[in-house]
Design a protein around this ligand. Structure first.
Ligand SMILES: [Ca+2]
Length: 476
């Protein structure tokens, strides 16, 4: 129903109740409680600064009688009496709820900005480090008026770690034999230093790795890890995908999805990445989409052929929410040897429907010999007392001609030549194509779309957080 029609209907109802009300003059008059946001209430704040929000209750603008809450604690913190502190760039809906009648409330959207001209640089620039060695790096931040300081990150935490004092320690040479270090501004983590590439050399006694510190699963050795331990997105590993898919020539991401992806919907806290789906009506930068969310990929940054690919993830409840941890081949649209999707293949390590709390899916998509899309999938049911909202370790073990899906170490599906042989168009490749080339990782949460019958979340489901603790890639 359109709003104007609803309004007319309500007017008609209220005049009716006035007419009916004429006969009940003896009833005591009820005082209707009204909560609104004060006209002079601020709606913008700089990171690190505080503003005082103001509500009006029954024409009383003293800000008494309401409790304040914010819907995105990663963007701003708020006290019950309306003192809001900006934490990171983004928007949050803020609500004033009547203490006397919790059904009465009013909302305002607050923008948190950082407009300072920040630049970050690394001042010590070693070119190499030996396995087992620790080097202290230093750097500087210019233009940060809040004095929040500098943070550190390394692109591959399987090869070396760095703490927030800048101590870099090398664990193994790995496949690349180097790591990339960045310093960043803590108040605005998108402001990062230039890449510092540091070669990892064997230890003085010739060791390629501190063997007892290299994580192993069976025959697999860890070759890549992003633990998000610097509470920041590493652009050397990830590209943030923005928009409704048009930029990538897949309108509504090929699935009639209802979200617009924004970088603001990806945040970090306590060594965890949060992808947050929000209802954000009336924005002028989402091409009419009423939902926003986040999506990242590692195309041509973290991409290998074969291995065990793993992540630890918690998914939210909510109709139509579609969190996914999955893989596509590099350049699947343009330069892929097997052509575009579905011929070039897709590996879904984990997909859940926010409506269905007790199960998840692992799937491969590929093409029939005639070039039509087909897929084969396994379904995992969580044990009693667990569901999608708990943290689970989702993994696929992908080797030549075989894919095995695991949840928390439980093998629940195998696709191989004996079980579910796949194929692609005859002219472009035979089994085990297309799953014999470099694939990269994607993490996202869609809203709506055809994975769960175009259902949409109710407003109370949002904002909803998909939380990712880490991503790992192992190889034999
Ligand atoms: Ca982590």
């Amino acid at each position: 129903m359109k709003k104007s029609h609803l309004y007319l209907a309500l007017c008609a109802l209220s005049s009716l109740s006035v007419l009916v009300g004429c006969g009940n003059e003896s009833e005591p008059e009820k005082k209707e409680l009204a909560v609104s946001i004060a006209e002079d209430c601020p709606s913008r704040v700089e990171c690190g600064n505080q503003i005082e929000l103001k509500a009006v209750v029954n024409n009383d603008d003293s800000n008494q009688g309401v409790k304040w809450t914010a819907d995105d604690p990663l963007v701003a913190s708020i006290s019950e009496d309306g003192k809001l502190t900006g934490l990171s760039q983004g928007t949050t809906k803020v609500k004033a709820t009547s203490v006397a009648d919790p059904d009465k409330s009013a909302e305002v959207t607050v923008n948190v900005n950082y407009n300072g001209l920040i630049s970050v640089s690394i001042t010590t620039k070693p070119t190499s480090i030996r396995v087992g060695e620790t080097i202290k790096l230093s750097g500087s931040v210019q233009g940060d008026t809040t004095g929040s300081g500098i943070g550190w990150m390394v692109n591959n935490e399987a090869l070396a770690t760095i703490d927030q004092e800048g101590n870099l320690r090398a664990i193994q040479r790995g496949l690349e034999g180097k790591v990339i270090v960045n310093a960043f501004s803590k108040i605005n983590p998108t402001k990062q230093s230039e890449n510092l590439v540091i070669d990892i050399l064997p230890s003085a006694d010739g060791k390629e790795a501190i063997e007892e510190e290299v994580e192993k699963v069976g025959d697999y050795r860890l070759i890549f890890k992003d633990d998000f331990s610097s509470n920041n997105l590493n652009y050397n590993n990830w590209e943030v995908m923005i928009g409704d898919g048009k930029k990538y020539n897949v309108e509504d991401w090929g699935n009639q999805e209802k979200q617009f992806y924004r970088e603001d919907n990806i945040k970090f806290k306590d060594s965890m990445m949060y992808i947050t789906a929000k209802r954000e009506e009336g924005r002028n930068d989402t091409r009419g989409k009423n939902y926003t969310s986040g999506r990242i990929r590692s195309q041509e940054k973290v991409s290998y052929t074969y291995g065990r690919i793993e992540a630890r993830i918690s998914c939210p409840y909510g109709d139509g929410l579609w969190p996914a941890f999955w893989m596509l081949p590099d350049n699947n649209k343009t330069k892929n040897p097997y052509g575009g999707w579905p011929n070039s293949g897709e590996i879904d390590i984990m997909e859940v429907r926010g409506r269905i709390h007790g199960s998840m899916f692992g799937t491969i998509h590929y093409a029939t010999a005639q070039g039509a899309h087909t897929s084969t999938a396994g379904n995992y049911l969580f044990p009693q007392g667990q569901d999608i909202s708990n943290f689970h370790v989702y993994a696929v073990e992908w080797e030549e001609g075989s894919l095995k899906w695991y949840c928390d170490g439980n093998l629940f599906y195998t696709a191989d030549a004996n079980n579910d042989p796949w194929s692609v168009k005859e002219e472009s490749g035979e089994f085990p194509a297309p799953f014999d080339q470099n694939f990269h990782i994607l993490l996202n949460m869609a809203v709506g779309g055809n994975f769960d019958g175009n259902r949409l979340p109710v407003n109370s489901d949002l904002p909803a957080n998909m939380m990712i603790d880490y991503v790992k890639w192992f190889k034999k």
